[in-house]
Design a protein around this ligand. Structure first.
Ligand SMILES: Cc1cc2nc3c(=O)[nH]c(=O)nc-3n(C[C@H](O)[C@H](O)[C@H](O)COP(=O)(O)OP(=O)(O)OC[C@H]3O[C@@H](n4cnc5c(N)ncnc54)[C@H](O)[C@@H]3O)c2cc1C
Length: 596
């Protein structure tokens, strides 16, 4: 397998040439205090080194070794403790964190690029910093000043790691029915009791303490999602002077054996009157947890692109090297027994599809990150609210579309290798196994689609959708005099119109048919995602056109040709999706349960 190399040229292209991130940062004074292009570039460079030279080399062997559980203690694969220390030493856990508590205050647009490299190089490991950063965000946004001061500095530094404890054996999607209880004590703490399952990095040997954010119910809590509270429950209690005290009464009961990300610990966590502290208000825990989950959801989408990028790097190298059969147009390398498989149109189809999703997806996650930066740092209320609307709308698309296409891309990367992709040696089968979970955790992709269609689009009566449609429309308008870009803009305008028509159609259907949203949602999210990536590829074309002349490296011309493929072969999938969507829920709901 080709060793993963952080794609810094492509990342810089996205950040600086497609998006002009420094202009965005400069427009947000509270952000501009912390970041400038030189700092950002040094961070990218260093992130590239650590992920390529430290994390990627551990990926394969760690997958073979997995984590080991003995009497409640979890030992991580060889090299993980040292790698985690590298992450701590570099302050990477707190890259986007609040500087008041030791974070670096970097913009999400930059952090997203680090996350891609982190996840591409070693997804199982990458979950630890990702969950810690998310936990910090929830404590920062909802915790009391005392909790923040006590926990955040050590969490941002990574000396302590974070875990999120939502799922129970009988409650995954439907968190309203969790059974974990929290009993108040006189000193303001709570005794938390219950069992959580599937808790990623719930126990391990890489950090001095593990801070669990646990969903539980207070004794008088209302039934359902409105009766859930959030608690901070540390593995080791923390004394007032900040030193570690006695072990809290929580333990890891076992580790799951699973399909992929085998080097990450997926823990059953037992809480037995464990001491915890309320984060945010009673019964508002789900909302507080959503701060963390929204952050994680973009992060999970980025995992999809990261895995696909790693798969693409390997598949591209293999396609240039592996010789089989002659090109349909005649021998390309007559001195060899056969031509490299990259001459075959179908192999090109696979590589170009992967490029379409990876590079378009990288631009899309940067686009969403850009809205997250505005939502967090804009001083102007209207600008902030607008960005919050965009984040709400686009987060489920980023999570589900990028992970669905991430798996598609990894399967294609595996296919490029033929039988060699199925066996262990080349690393492609690990990427397929690893990326599969991204469609399931952080809310399944089916639930993301319901969130998009039901809560965001229908729930806002199309208002949030309009924000996106206006943004795409404005781009088309602004660039209408660019003759070379015009063919793309015309196709993009037609795709947007298709999406807008379907949106209106489903909003109308939903008024009459309670199953309309559920029947439309997954295909709708796909249609939305394909259109959004079409928009991203138009932005890529715009950036590349202005630099392609005289480009002898092939970098910009390669972008233009890849964009053409996206527009010719991937964007038209929206036509079939739109037609299917119009059929409504009838055929889906017609069968009785027995008829299945
Ligand atoms: C490796 C791994 C790591 C994980 N890490 C964590 C972690 O760190 N912390 C944590 O708390 N959890 C974690 N999870 C749990 C994960 O988030 C859940 O598995 C996921 O949310 C789905 O819940 P479930 O498995 O109970 O499936 P269910 O909720 O039982 O869903 C089963 C199926 O029904 C569908 N479904 C359910 N309700 C609806 C509905 N209303 N409409 C339409 N379809 C519906 C779902 O989409 C799914 O296809 C992890 C899981 C795994 C496997």
């Amino acid at each position: 397998m080709a060793d993963y190399q952080a794609p810094l040229r492509d990342i810089r292209f996205t950040l600086y040439e497609v998006f002009d991130a420094p202009a965005l940062w400069a427009s947000l004074p509270r952000l501009a205090e912390h970041v400038d292009p030189e700092t950002a570039d040094a961070i990218l460079e260093e992130a590239g080194k650590i992920t390529s030279a430290v994390l990627a080399p551990l990926n394969r062997e760690a997958d073979e070794q997995g984590c080991k559980w003995v009497n409640g203690e979890v030992t991580t694969p060889e090299g993980f403790r040292e790698a985690y220390q590298t992450i701590v030493d570099g302050g990477w856990n707190g890259l986007g964190g609040n500087p008041e508590f030791g974070g670096m205050g970097m913009p999400k647009t930059l952090v997203a690029q680090f996350e891609e490299m982190l996840q591409a190089s070693n997804m199982a490991f990458g979950l630890a910093p990702m969950l810690t950063a998310g936990a910090c965000l929830a404590v920062d946004a909802h915790g009391s000043q005392e909790l923040k001061e006590k926990y955040l500095p050590n969490m941002y530094s990574g000396v302590w790691s974070g875990a999120m404890d939502l799922t129970e054996p009988h409650a995954g999607t439907d968190l309203g029915i969790i059974r974990t209880k929290a009993q108040p004590n006189d000193d303001g703490s709570y005794d938390v009791t219950g069992t959580k399952i599937f808790i990623t990095w719930g126990e391990h040997d890489m950090a001095g303490n593990i801070i669990h954010l646990v969903l539980a119910k207070l004794p008088d809590a209302p039934k359902g999602p409105k009766g859930i509270s959030l608690f901070l429950v540390p593995k080791f209690l923390v004394n007032d002077d900040g030193s570690l005290g006695e072990r809290n009464t929580l333990s890891c009961g076992s580790l799951e054996k699973k399909m992929g990300i085998k080097a990450s610990a997926t823990c059953v966590m037992n809480f037995d009157n464990a001491k915890g502290w309320l984060v945010g208000e009673p019964n508002k825990g789900l909302a507080a947890m959503f701060t963390m989950m929204n952050y994680e959801r973009l992060g999970v989408g980025i995992q999809g692109i990261g895995a696909a990028e790693a798969s693409l790097q390997s598949a591209r190298e293999y396609a240039l090297d592996r010789i089989q059969s002659r090109a349909p147009t005649g021998a390309q390398q007559p001195e060899k027994a056969a031509d490299p498989i990259i001459v075959h149109p179908d192999v090109r189809r696979m590589l170009l599809t992967m490029k379409g999703y990876v590079e378009g997806g990288r631009a899309f996650s940067t686009y969403v990150a850009q809205w997250l930066d505005v939502a967090k740092y804009a001083d102007d209320d209207a600008r902030r609210e607008h960005a919050e609307g965009m984040v709400a709308l686009l987060t489920p698309v980023a999570k589900a579309f990028l992970t669905d296409r991430g798996l598609d891309a990894c399967v294609m990367g595996q296919q490029v290798f033929g039988g060699h992709g199925y066996v262990r040696e080349w690393g492609q089968e690990q990427l397929v196994r690893d990326v599969r979970i991204t469609q399931i955790y952080e809310g399944t992709n089916g639930i993301q689609a319901l969130d998009l269609m039901g809560r965001k689009v229908v729930g806002s009566k199309g208002r949030l959708y309009e924000l996106f449609a206006e943004d795409v429309g404005a781009f088309i308008e602004e660039n209408s005099s660019n003759a070379a870009l015009r063919p793309y803009l015309e196709t993009l305008a037609a795709s947007l119109e298709r999406l807008s028509d379907v949106t209106e159609h489903v909003i109308n259907q939903a008024e009459r048919d309670p199953d309309a949203v559920g029947a439309a949602s997954v295909d709708y999210l796909d249609l939305f995602g394909l259109t959004a990536l079409g928009y991203m590829w138009a932005k890529i074309v715009k950036a590349a056109l202005s630099r392609a002349q005289g480009d002898t490296s092939g970098f910009y011309t390669g972008k233009l040709k890849s964009a053409q493929f996206y527009y010719d072969r991937l964007l038209p999938k929206t036509v079939a999706l739109a037609e299917g969507l119009r059929s409504g829920s009838d055929s889906m709901m017609a069968l009785t349960a027995e008829e299945f």
